[in-house]
Design a protein around this ligand. Structure first.
Ligand SMILES: [Zn+2]
Length: 370
């Protein structure tokens, strides 16, 4: 069993500039500059924890490559790609929808998308069984013609189109457990019957008016998009119920040849940009379930790519649990924040949470079959 791991120091050099959380700050504004919430620390500390525990050395390190313009153009318009190139050549700017980046940011965004491409190549070539791409900037909010929500290029969509168009993979499923709706990924594949997109997200959070239950795909892709709207305040029990009741049965109904996960950690109990209560054991259990489904359905072919997650203190432990479950490595370290999350109470499956999950489970019968 080998698990691939993609990382590059340059991911940490993606510069989101002077902000306070996600708000511009400074000058005559009343907001004192602080760090942008999409900051390198959440990811760097995740990598550091893997390093100090001796996990990284047990993984197969994979060198990211630069996604080419043609790789990006399977998802994005040439006009948008050229717009980002022009901003990047100048002094940076905003890719759209609150997505600041600095001079040269285009190249780091290409290295992020290309990190996932290196991982899927290694999986399809049998070099590794599965893997995690710890890339930055994230991708799942990016639309074909604009950046959105800190995402410049839609990394997971670039990966999906690559395995289908270049590597000959027919059917792909992608699960987005970032706490925000994977709007970009949904919209890119909305009428495609060969890509099942499932997003688990906090109901009504971000983007506004996005990710509703009724958004179930269109045309030939009718039924191939599922949004699980989990109520704010949910934690371990509700997430695992959603996995068991919707995600895993949906994967079996669809029968993919490759599974991707948009792995955000902002459903964690200490995240500043959402109101969920998941802990390391939640992410460990979700990963185990998806891994078992991949082994049963598609030879274990499973690629996780990093998305959001904004607690620098907590994310490393959520990420560690995912990497351990994926690789079978056991460090014995459990999420040290789990006890504090447990203080909040309300961790059992509550009726309104079950109702929300059942509504999404009704959509499984619509999934296009092979
Ligand atoms: Zn997010």
């Amino acid at each position: 069993m080998t698990t691939g791991f993609v990382w590059h120091e340059r991911y940490m050099w993606h510069d989101t500039g002077s902000h306070a959380s996600f708000l511009p700050a400074g000058g005559m504004s009343p907001i004192q500059p602080h760090v942008h919430v999409e900051h390198e620390d959440t990811k760097r500390r995740f990598k550091n924890l893997l390093d100090v525990l001796g996990v990284t050395e047990q993984l197969t390190s994979l060198k990211p490559r630069m996604a080419t313009e043609d790789d990006l153009a399977r998802v994005h318009t040439r006009r948008y790609i050229q717009h980002i190139q022009a901003l990047s050549e100048a002094n940076g700017g905003d890719a759209g929808g609150d997505t600041p980046f600095a001079k040269g940011g285009y190249h780091i965004a290409c290295l992020a998308a290309g990190g996932l491409l290196a991982l899927v190549d290694a999986i399809l070539d049998g070099e590794v069984d599965n893997g995690y791409a710890l890339v930055r900037p994230p991708g799942h909010h990016a639309e074909p013609d604009t950046g959105y929500g800190f995402c410049i290029f839609n990394n997971v969509a670039v990966g999906i189109q690559y395995v289908r168009e270049v590597r000959g993979v027919a059917r792909v499923a992608t699960i987005d457990w970032d706490v925000h709706h994977g709007n970009g990924t949904q919209n890119i594949f909305y009428d495609d019957p060969n890509v099942l997109t499932i997003s688990l997200h906090q109901a009504g959070t971000y983007p506004p008016n996005s990710g509703k239950l009724e958004e179930n795909g269109a045309g030939a892709g009718q039924g191939a998009n599922i949004n699980v709207n989990i109520p704010a305040g949910s934690g371990h029990a509700a997430y695992l119920y959603a996995m068991d009741t919707v995600v895993i049965p949906a994967l079996h109904a669809f029968n993919p040849d490759f599974i991707f996960v948009s792995s955000g950690f902002d459903a964690g109990g200490f995240d500043p940009l959402a109101r969920m209560m998941c802990d390391g054991e939640t992410f460990r259990a979700m990963t185990k379930k998806v891994k078992a489904a991949a082994e049963g359905l598609c030879g274990g072919r499973l690629a996780l790519v990093h998305e959001g997650g904004y607690s620098p203190a907590h994310v490393p432990f959520l990420g560690l649990a995912v990497v351990e479950a994926l690789s079978g490595i056991h460090t014995g370290v459990i999420d040290p924040f789990a006890e504090a999350i447990a203080f909040h109470g309300g961790h059992e499956l509550l009726p309104h949470q079950a109702t929300a999950v059942h509504a999404a489970a009704e959509l499984i019968k619509n999934i296009p079959t092979k």
